[in-house]
Design a protein around this ligand. Structure first.
Ligand SMILES: Cc1cc2nc3c(=O)[nH]c(=O)nc-3n(C[C@H](O)[C@H](O)[C@H](O)COP(=O)(O)O)c2cc1C
Length: 220
């Protein structure tokens, strides 16, 4: 089983969202215990922004000839690691109601015309095989439920961006209201951990199905 984990907080492995994502990675490993797990880690904050050559290539009818360099090469590698993953786990904080800049940089590298989506008369069509994507979100305030006092552009944006390339099986878990700290934060953590445990207790069939697909793929 291979898991691609993208850590998007500037606080890296110390972050609340990374901490939350670990419960998902551990649950995936338990659900597929026989094959163990292979976790490919990407720190989205280390990605360079797309460059001029990349922008020119995406606006042209074809990619440039020759060995890719700069952002085109980084994009090739990121797309390959995404295409090879059985599961994707995205650990991200909410920044200004949406995704942080590191996650946006990753999206700009993997949502790429001719590579991960095609343009048709009906619109953009994703070319990646669909697979489960788990999103672990952390936010200082609340963005869901009746007490939320801010908009949430993160959830619909991520759904739209990843659906463009064929990834439509997104599941979100969030620890909201981290700014409250203390007991309120601890209670939010425990609620979300319980939600993850409940999800995976009921999702064994879906995880097994992905494991079977992956072993068919590996042996073909
Ligand atoms: C630049 C920046 C913008 C932020 N914008 C929001 C926001 O729009 N809504 C919110 O609830 N929290 C916001 N926060 C707070 C973070 O979401 C919160 O501290 C979160 O727990 C950080 O998670 P992390 O430890 O995974 O980085 C922002 C924090 C930063 C640094």
């Amino acid at each position: 089983m291979s898991v691609l984990r993208l850590t998007c907080s500037p606080r890296g492995t110390e972050s609340e969202s990374h901490r939350l994502s670990q419960f998902i990675v551990d649950a995936l490993a338990r659900a597929d215990i026989e094959r163990g797990r292979d976790v490919i880690e990407i720190d989205a904050n280390l990605l360079a922004h797309v460059d001029a050559e990349y922008a020119r290539a995406l606006g042209s009818p074809a990619d440039p000839d020759g060995d890719p360099s700069g952002a085109l090469r980084q994009s090739d590698r990121l797309i390959q690691s995404l295409a090879e993953a059985d599961y994707v786990v995205i650990a991200t904080p909410m920044h200004n109601y949406t995704v942080p800049s590191g996650l946006k940089a990753w999206i700009d590298h993997v949502v790429r015309v001719r590579s991960t989506f095609s343009v048709t008369r009906e619109g953009k069509v994703g070319v990646l095989a669909d697979r489960p994507v788990f999103v672990a979100v952390s936010s200082g305030g609340l963005f869901s439920g009746a007490e939320a006092r801010q908009p949430d552009f993160l959830t619909p944006y991520l759904k739209a961006a990843l659906a463009t390339i064929g990834l439509k099986r997104l599941t979100f878990f969030s620890v909201e209201g981290t700014a409250m700290g203390g007991l309120a934060l601890e209670a939010a953590r425990l609620r979300t951990q319980a939600a993850i445990a409940a999800y995976f207790a009921g999702a064994t069939d879906a995880v097994a199905e992905v494991a079977i697909q992956a072993s068919i793929h590996a042996s073909s």
